[in-house]
Design a binder for this molecule. Structure first.
Ligand code: SF4
Length: 210
């Protein structure tokens, strides 16, 4: 059962990084801009500034608005390549731009898959592949939209909606190394929360939420 509110696709990255970070930003409305978030916005502004264009049998649409009624998602995608035949779309190929280089975790792939779910619903189509473009390597990483990635993405969407619906803030991530790079560290106080027994009790009420 999904929450009535729409979830920003970009918020799935917060959930994937740490469900508590997701809740601090999207439930408690806390936000600390740091280098990573500011730099990411600058990159997106560059992509957003370009116009759509058609070259031969390919149309390039930039900064495409996305929406899914089924998954209650909304957001934007950096680039949608549309393969044309006789002027009609025959294939959609989403591309998302990312700061840095490919990560060992699949957070970026989950975001891309959520974008694909939106495009499939909006255009009544099926998408087998999409791509992530990393500025640090200046390369595209082709991502297969297989069942594992789709299942994981839908699971993240549902759990994010559960947190929103319950206005629930989960416990700190057990992966302490993530806290060092987290822009919400000061607000979150993860070490204090990890030793707070009342928080453990509250969390036990939501054991099915990671
Ligand atoms: S400081 Fe750690 S536990 Fe707190 S929101 Fe950030 S990553 Fe999550």
């Amino acid at each position: 059962m999904l929450d009535d509110r729409y979830l920003y696709i970009s918020a799935l990255q917060h959930y994937a990084y740490c469900p508590r970070q997701f809740a601090l930003i999207h439930v408690e409305q806390a936000w600390e801009e740091n280098y990573f978030t500011a730099h990411g916005q600058l990159l997106h502004e560059r992509v957003d500034s370009k116009e759509s264009e058609t070259r031969k049998d390919m149309r390039f649409e930039r900064s495409v608005s996305l929406k899914s009624e089924k998954y209650k998602l909304t957001g934007k995608m950096d680039l949608l390549e549309i393969h044309l035949q006789d002027g009609k779309p025959i294939k959609y190929y989403p591309v998302e731009y990312k700061r840095g280089k490919p990560k060992k975790e699949d957070w970026d792939k989950v975001q891309l898959c959520a974008q694909v779910l939106c495009i499939e619903e909006m255009k009544d189509t099926q998408i087998q592949q999409a791509a992530l473009f990393y500025w640090a390597t200046r390369r595209r990483l082709v991502v297969e939209m297989d069942n594992d990635l789709r299942t994981k993405t839908i699971d993240f969407i549902q759990k994010s909606h559960e947190i929103l619906a319950n206005s629930f803030t989960p416990a700190p991530t057990p992966i302490k190394s993530r806290c060092k790079a987290c822009s919400l560290n000061d607000l979150c106080e993860p070490d204090v929360m990890r030793t707070d027994n009342s928080e453990k009790y509250i969390n036990s009420l939501f054991e099915d939420i990671p």
